[in-house]
Design a protein around this ligand. Structure first.
Ligand code: SAM
Length: 296
């Protein structure tokens, strides 16, 4: 996952502001190098120590944007680097150093390393901040045309067939747009398994090579996308999105039962919102039933 090469048109002039001590999670481009934010460049230009999943990728990105290393340390770190590597970074932070952490591309921690580090920093009460930016899941969601009010990012599906089937079965009833990452080699199999588990009539979207030259968005039902992908040699980086399950038929009785449970811990208003979202039923109807029940 390399950033598009080629120099930036305008060299970055780092803000003349010191980077405060602490760990700074830096999001980097998922394709187009110009998607880096000015604040990310400030952090990369000013941090005392640079830490990266892939030090070569980070050096290359800094080179594209004209940010000198100026003799600073560049440390390789991912979640399996081990306790010694983690303690070394925590030690630098405890000395009051500022550390910039970037994964290979996009937002650290999102199907990328950084979680163990960020969690340890937070647990130690050391300063933690983020320079937010590109993330393939969010970019794909905004392009998909699928509902964006509620979504569930599920990362990569397991590769073992049984685990994959269970994983998809668990996602089937979720009342939210589902977002998955997948390799182009397994795309066809994933779409076929999704059609079998979630139903071939569900609307889905495949986003490919976002922010890059061959960016493409395919929309259709799962069955239609299966057919299209089967006759094409799909390459590049892929995000798959699937529309939420059609709301289950809910009877007044089942709405009432769900409300009785919710009303034990929630206000009438919150219980109505919760049950309408969980059962996929109009909030107006649920609210009326909730009012009746709360007055009984
Ligand atoms: N941290 C990254 C983020 O914020 O999106 C994700 C890293 S994960 C190891 C890599 C996966 O993200 C790819 O296999 C693909 O599924 C997805 N991805 C990354 N860049 C992409 C792009 N430009 N277009 C489509 N999918 C992309």
């Amino acid at each position: 996952m390399r950033q598009t090469s080629g120099p930036a048109d305008t060299p970055h002039s780092p803000a003349l502001r010191a980077i405060p001590p602490g760990l700074h999670l830096v999001s980097t481009p998922i394709g187009s190098a110009r998607d880096i934010t000015l604040r990310a460049l400030d952090v990369l230009a000013g941090a005392d120590v640079l830490v990266a999943e892939d030090t070569r990728t980070l050096r290359h990105l800094m080179e594209i944007h004209g940010i000198p290393l100026s003799g600073r340390q560049v440390i390789a770190y991912h979640d399996h680097s081990g306790e010694g590597a983690l303690q070394r970074l925590l030690g630098l932070l405890a000395e009051g150093k500022s550390l910039a952490y970037a994964s290979e591309a996009g937002t650290p921690l999102i199907s990328d390393p950084g979680f163990e580090l960020a969690r340890a920093v937070a647990a130690a009460g050391l300063p933690l901040s983020a320079a937010p930016g590109p993330c393939a899941a969010i970019c794909a969601l905004t392009l998909s045309g699928l509902p964006s009010d509620r979504f569930l990012f599920a990362g990569f599906a397991p590769s073992a067939q049984g685990a994959r089937r269970t994983f998809l079965q668990d996602l089937a009833p979720v009342q939210a747009t589902l977002i998955l990452y997948e390799s182009p080699k397994r795309l066809s199999a994933l779409l076929a398994e999704m059609a079998a588990t979630l139903g071939g009539a569900r609307q889905a979207v495949v986003c490919r090579e976002l922010t890059k030259r061959f960016e493409e968005v395919l929309r259709g039902t799962l069955d239609e996308l299966c057919a299209e992908v089967d006759v094409r040699d799909i390459k590049g980086e892929i995000v798959v999105l699937v529309d939420r399950a059609a709301p289950a038929e809910a009877s007044e009785e089942s709405i009432g039962a769900a409300l009785d449970t919710a009303l034990k811990t929630m206000s009438v208003k919150d219980a109505a919102t919760f049950v309408s979202q969980t059962l996929g039923v109009s909030r107006k109807i649920v609210y009326r039933i909730a009012l009746d029940r709360s007055q009984e």
